[in-house]
Design a protein around this ligand. Structure first.
Ligand code: 5GP
Length: 193
């Protein structure tokens, strides 16, 4: 081995976090990221910003033409139309660069996107976050206050469909306590590193 060669770099892996809207994915994601062991993938979407969301931090907010140009140019690792409405997708380049540099990348994406990544054969672990019940989920969505009644019903329909896909995931966690959920996910990631 040449004396200039550094230590072999471990390739990073994708850490996919899915689950219905309102299951607590963003809060769990924030906690996981706080340890500094993971970097986050920022998705592109055609959904308008909610609340204090910022372009380039929470999402890349694009119009439909811009999104479709990225998709058709092969610049998305996966993409989906979520809740039958807006497009969401993962810009490929930053993710592939992180993986090559040995960094694990957290992706908060839906079940359709997770399936596309499995098909691609990229190194990945998948985690499905479940709400304690559909009733609790509805209450959480109502409490957000920034979602219309139609949106809530659409999200509840998607939630039921998503929950049917939970068996495909490596780890399923019922998110009834943030602390316990984050600990379970961390333990699982240590075991699969
Ligand atoms: P929200 O509109 O509540 O931010 O997200 C709605 C859903 O879209 C969530 O389930 C979230 O995981 C999913 N999502 C966010 N970004 C992406 C993405 O890049 N690809 C896919 N397939 N789903 C995404």
């Amino acid at each position: 081995m040449s004396s200039t060669a550094g230590p072999p770099t471990r390739q990073g892996q994708l850490v996919v976090l899915s689950g219905p809207a309102g299951a607590g994915k963003s809060t769990v994601a924030r906690e996981l990221l706080s340890s500094g062991d993971l970097v986050v993938s920022i998705s592109a979407t055609t959904r308008p910003p909610r609340g204090r969301e910022e372009h380039g931090r929470d999402y890349y907010f694009l119009d439909e033409d811009e999104f479709l140009r990225l998709r058709d140019g092969g610049e998305l690792l996966e993409w989906a139309r979520v809740h039958g409405k807006h497009y969401y997708g993962t810009p490929a380049r930053p993710v592939l660069e992180h993986l090559a540099a040995g960094r694990d990348v957290l992706l908060d994406i839906d079940v359709q996107g997770a399936e596309q990544l499995r098909q691609k054969g990229l190194p990945l672990v998948t985690i499905f976050l479940e709400p304690p019940s559909l009733e609790v989920l509805r209450e959480r969505l109502l409490r957000r206050g920034d979602t219309s009644p139609e949106d809530i019903e659409r999200r509840m329909r998607t939630a039921r469909e998503e929950m049917r896909q939970a068996w495909r995931y490596d780890l399923r966690v019922v998110n009834d306590s943030l602390e316990r959920t984050v600990q379970r996910v961390r333990d699982f990631l240590v075991g699969s590193a």
